[in-house]
Design a binder for this molecule. Structure first.
Ligand code: ATP
Ligand code: MG
Length: 416
């Protein structure tokens, strides 16, 4: 297959729009006689007019050779071995050209066979993700027709979608991801394959699926993505318990919350909230109902230990039996949800005393409460007061006047 080359005057990507550290990594590799290109998401984003979040690099250098060239480099991944090159706080993923079989529809367990630059792009998922950018002459090297597709806002698989989705069903989630994020029009055959092969997703690693879902919650396009997951039956397949809550009036509230988060990420260029806060958004409306029912039936039962236990059960249940959130996220979600009742107690008449608990995750609960105030401006005064006392508490802690706070723990059984 011959590649089509696009000059800078044709593709219009400006060198200044690329992270200079990514260019350094490319130059070092090339300086040592290797071929090295930007590839994947960053080229696609630049071509579509978005700012890339990260930069992936593809090279003919083997992982160990990359490691020898950079002091801050470590090798990661078993299924897909690659080098992480650290420059300052940034990490650049440097992967070695791989070969791949686009005709064999068996599930890929190990993707570590080295290949040529042409083989490497043809084993990638979508044409817009299969482009190389060569900073040495500022050209785009296109083996798969990705530039034309990007111009037409078209999302197309490299190869036959039925085969490509069977090889790696996570590609179906990625399809919905790129459709939601960039509003690309998907190829019809690809959508047919998606409906036909939906349940194949259950063969994929839950960790990889969860990573794509969490990344999308952080992307600023969480609402269209979740709607796409729902419409194509993936929410039901992957998160059956959570999907049930989306069939109740809670759905509207979850989407209102997420719309606000998406807006602040996209329009105000804010960093996305922490993952535990995003997960808490999905659960909060349901949690509130559970707690209210508990309180209505027996006010005395709604004590902190019980609130934590309910948060724990809900978070665990909503992500099982297929996906599992990490213990760390789980612990933070429990604190975030249960702490909301310090800010807005169940007993409406209760006088508020802003006592800052000795829990490191309290600040996350306060951040979540801030999000609630964005949707319910009536809560702003309460937030301001808590934020004032938290600030004071933090300063005292930083000055060594308070012993450091403990991190959140799973609720323990109460001793009798
Ligand atoms: P994002 O902006 O979310 O990082 P991305 O396309 O860069 O999107 P990555 O997970 O960083 O996604 O992957 C980098 C590149 O690796 C992709 O652009 C694509 O070329 C390739 N790739 C990633 N996942 C797959 C997959 N499951 N199958 C084939 N190629 C993939
Ligand atoms: Mg990427």
């Amino acid at each position: 297959m011959t590649a089509k080359k696009y000059l800078q005057t044709e593709h219009k990507i400006q060198l200044e729009d690329i992270d200079p550290d990514a260019l350094v990594v490319l130059d070092v590799l090339r300086g040592h006689g290797f071929t090295a290109y930007l590839v994947g998401g960053s080229v696609r984003d630049l071509l579509l007019g978005y700012k890339p979040k990260d930069y992936d690099i593809s090279t003919n250098a083997l992982p160990e050779q990359v490691k020898r060239l950079f002091s801050g480099c470590f090798l990661v991944g078993k299924r897909f071995r690659l080098a992480h090159v650290r420059i300052g706080k940034k990490i650049f993923e440097v992967s070695t050209f791989r070969s791949g079989d686009n005709e064999d529809d068996t599930l890929i367990h190990n993707d570590n066979e080295w290949g040529t630059e042409e083989e490497d792009v043809t084993r990638r998922d979508f044409t817009v993700n299969g482009l190389y950018y060569n900073n040495a002459d500022q050209t785009i090297i296109d083996y798969v027709g990705g530039v034309e597709d990007a111009r037409k806002n078209f999302l197309r698989c490299i190869g036959n979608p039925y085969i490509r989705f069977k090889q790696d069903p996570v590609r179906m989630i990625r399809l919905l991801k790129f459709r939601s994020r960039f509003g690309l029009t998907p190829d019809e055959e690809m959508i047919e394959a998606l409906f036909a092969l939906r349940t194949e997703i259950l063969k994929s690693s839950p960790i990889r699926i969860l990573e794509e879902l969490l990344r999308m919650l952080e992307s600023g396009s969480s609402v269209p993505f979740l709607k796409n997951l729902q419409q194509h039956g993936f929410l039901e397949t992957l998160l059956p318990n959570l999907a049930k809550y989306f069939e109740t009036p809670h759905e509207k509230e979850i989407y209102t919350f997420l719309t606000e988060v998406d807006r602040s990420i996209l329009n105000e260029d804010k960093r996305p909230p922490r993952r535990s806060i995003l997960v808490s958004i999905l659960l909060y409306p349901i949690y509130r109902e559970i707690v209210q029912d508990l309180y209505d039936s027996s006010p005395k039962k709604a004590h902190l230990g019980k609130l934590q236990e309910e948060a724990f059960k809900l978070a665990l249940n909503s992500f099982s039996p297929i996906l599992r959130i990490t213990k760390k996220i789980l612990g933070e979600v429990i604190t975030i949800l249960s702490t909301q009742y310090r800010f807005t107690p169940l007993q409406k008449k209760k006088r508020l005393i802003c006592k800052i608990p000795r829990n490191r995750d309290f600040s996350l609960a306060l951040k979540f409460f801030k999000l609630r105030t964005d949707l319910e401006p009536g809560l702003t005064d309460i937030y301001t007061e808590w934020a004032y006392y938290y600030d004071k508490h933090k300063k005292a802690e930083d000055n060594g006047k308070l012993p450091p706070t403990s991190s959140s723990r799973r609720p323990r059984r109460r001793r009798r």
